[in-house]
Write a protein that binds this ligand. Structure first.
Ligand SMILES: C[S@@+](CC[C@H](N)C(=O)[O-])C[C@H]1O[C@@H](n2cnc3c(N)ncnc32)[C@H](O)[C@@H]1O
Length: 292
């Protein structure tokens, strides 16, 4: 990303989460209306409840051209997967939660008790983090432990230790919407840095996108469109990982992949029986890694 300015894709992902609650039918896969106040004025203006006729027109178009609905789906499904894993980790007693590449993640707003207990660490590129801090309500920002890190250049483990992470206790790490924007070496280095400070039982939940060679023509075409769009935002795609490659990079850092859901498995779990047009691209995968 351009180190001089906050991530634009962070606001784009947050906007898609809100759009899901406006355009898709309840029950919503992930309800992130809490993010609305953090969005910029122009984005908030675009995200108004569509009148009935417009909603029907959008849906009719998405039935023949499901690409936008698929991008919206991959954003909300990855958050749903993470919420389910976080819920289980907290129920099992985990008391350290690290949001990597947080962007406009709203865990601090939706689970204030975590932040108030000093258990919530938000890690992000310095430019994005400073921008988010200005947008969060001051009383919420005061409770989050912010850690500014550029994954391409800095040692994440040292920064987490300095921020108060306890390496003897398991942590839950949420790393969404980021692996594909980093150089492959930075993905491996970040996994290894986490491995150095993560007690056994720690988990990382992340999403990764498959390389062209593993895709048929239609998802490959969508990926080409995404590649073009994010390059325009100065956040080019750099690291597309197949399941085997993710597993070997994870193993180098001391992590075992215990789940790596392909698109069909995700559709089966969260989209089956829906009456709207929400979809998912074939390149989107969701993985859970455990420190043994
Ligand atoms: C698409 S946003 C995802 C935000 C959030 N996790 C979500 O799911 O909505 C990408 C995030 O990756 C972060 N990022 C990109 N490159 C980074 C780097 N080199 N170091 C740290 N963070 C980076 C951006 O600042 C941004 O917050």
């Amino acid at each position: 990303m351009n180190p001089q300015r906050p991530s634009r894709t962070a606001e784009g992902a947050a906007a898609l989460r809100v759009w899901h609650t406006l355009i898709d039918d309840p029950p919503h896969v992930f309800d992130d209306r809490a993010v609305r106040p953090l969005l910029s004025g122009p984005t908030r203006l675009m995200l108004r409840n569509p009148p009935g006729l417009m909603r029907s027109a959008i849906r009719a178009r998405e039935r023949v051209q499901p690409e936008l609905a698929a991008l919206r789906g991959q954003v909300v499904l990855r958050s749903r997967f993470t919420e389910e894993a976080l819920e289980a980790a907290l129920a099992a007693g985990c008391d350290q939660v690290v949001i990597l590449a947080a962007g406009l993640d709203t865990t601090a707003l939706r689970r204030p008790e975590l932040a108030q207990a000093g258990a919530l660490f938000e890690v992000d590129h310095p430019a994005t983090q400073a921008w988010k801090q200005q947008r969060l309500p001051a009383d919420v920002a005061a409770t989050v432990r912010f850690v500014a890190v550029d994954f391409e250049r800095e040692a994440l483990d040292e920064k987490l230790l300095a921020a108060g992470i306890r390496p003897e206790a398991p942590m839950f790490v949420n790393w969404l919407g980021c692996t594909y924007y980093l150089e492959p070496e930075a993905v491996t280095a970040t996994l290894a840095a986490l491995g150095r400070v993560a007690a056994p039982g720690s988990q990382i939940v992340l999403d990764h996108w498959l390389p062209d060679a593993e895709l048929r023509w239609r998802p490959r075409l969508l990926l080409a469109g995404v590649r073009f769009a994010v390059a325009l935002q100065q956040e080019p795609l750099r690291c597309l990982l197949g399941a085997d490659e993710l597993a070997s990079r994870a193993a180098e850092g001391g992590w075992t992949v215990v789940e790596d859901l392909d698109a069909a498995q995700q559709r089966q779990r969260w989209l089956a029986g829906r009456t709207d047009t929400l979809a998912l691209p074939d390149f989107a995968r969701l993985a859970r890694l455990v420190r043994i």
